[in-house]
Design a protein around this ligand. Structure first.
Ligand SMILES: NC(=O)CC(=O)C(=O)O
Length: 314
């Protein structure tokens, strides 16, 4: 990422904000593909279908390809453990081998959706990023697990099965600086703000929102994270007809830095290819300089009782 140290030597009034110092990737315009896959109950079928979609995406000119949350495995508690792989052992991880081979074969960056991962006896919901050389460049374990109980609608508790990740993930790729989150992670603006502060150009959220929260919140969340942080947001979901009892919303989408939808789709299986113009980040941040307008000095709660106790003790 760009050198950020020298600005501190300038007089205060000429100091550049983090947004103004943001360096853009060499290629400012690139194509991204979102592979909205129909996930089957046969792992091998999912691998074959995903490999075909990646090929279609790459042949359409995409330099960065995003896969859905849980694309090699139905989004269901009955399947997660059975389909999980140990990523540290490539020989026993056909999914990791496939992603690595596909990235190097097409010379692209792959944000590998998410997969159930076994590690030291624990199960994680994990996204792997591969560079054009086929090497694993980052691994994000879903931080915020999806535990919900909406009476008469949906009850689902990921934490019964998965262990949550404990780190944010930001990775410099030749297709931009990418922050990674998985589905429910999108509900936490703090994570997106952290990625923006660290220089992310785009945040990719593989996700599998269900049809009720999806209709209400999926688009809203993506546009909010993009507009608040003035960067690109890309989401990728399995399609509605995927296997398992969980009804998936679909609607994989690319959103631009002013919160505009650049490309989206419906419930069905589809490969969406769209153009990202990273110069729009700078334009948006120049037009509405949120970074300069922020009042970090007043965004804190004062505990009045504590304050009173403190004053009385003086
Ligand atoms: N997979 C998820 O984390 C689902 C989710 O967040 C939802 O609202 O649905």
């Amino acid at each position: 990422m760009g050198e950020m140290g020298s600005a501190s030597k300038l007089p205060e009034h000429t100091m550049l904000s983090a947004s103004e110092r943001l360096e853009l990737p060499k290629s400012v315009k690139i194509k991204i593909a979102l592979c909205q896959l129909s996930v089957r109950s046969e792992k091998n079928q999912n691998l074959v279908r995903a490999r075909n979609m990646i090929k279609i995406a790459a042949e359409s000119g995409a330099r960065i390809v995003v896969l859905p949350e849980m694309w090699n495995c139905p989004y269901s508690k009955d399947f997660f453990a059975k389909f999980a792989e140990d990523f540290d052992n490539e020989d026993s991880s056909p999914t990791i081998s496939l992603l690595s081979e596909a990235a190097s074969c097409h010379g692209i960056t792959i944000i590998g959706g998410s997969l159930p991962e076994w590690s030291n006896g624990r199960l994680y919901n994990t996204s792997c990023v591969f560079g054009p050389d086929g090497k694993l460049s980052a691994k994000h374990r879903k931080i915020h697990l999806f535990d919900v109980d909406i009476p008469g609608d949906i009850t689902f508790k990921e934490s019964d099965i998965f262990t949550g990740g404990d780190k944010p993930t930001i990775v410099d790729t030749d297709a931009g600086c990418v922050g990674v989150g998985i589905c429910h992670d999108i509900r936490f603006p703090e994570l997106a703000m952290l990625y923006a502060a660290k220089g992310a150009h785009i945040i990719c959220y593989p996700g599998a929102f269900n049809i009720s929260t999806g209709e209400l919140l999926w688009e809203l969340m993506q546009r909010s994270r993009a507009a608040d942080n003035q960067l690109f947001v890309a989401t990728c979901s399995p399609s509605r007809d995927s296997c398992g009892g969980y009804a998936i919303w679909g609607h994989s989408t690319l959103v631009g830095p002013s919160g505009e939808i650049i490309a989206t789709t419906g419930h069905e299986e589809n490969v969406i290819v769209a153009e990202i113009d990273y110069s729009k980040i700078k334009l948006q941040r120049k037009s509405i300089p949120l970074d300069k307008q922020k009042r970090g000095d007043i965004y804190q709660f004062v505990d009045e009782c504590e304050e009173e106790k403190h004053q009385n003790s003086e």
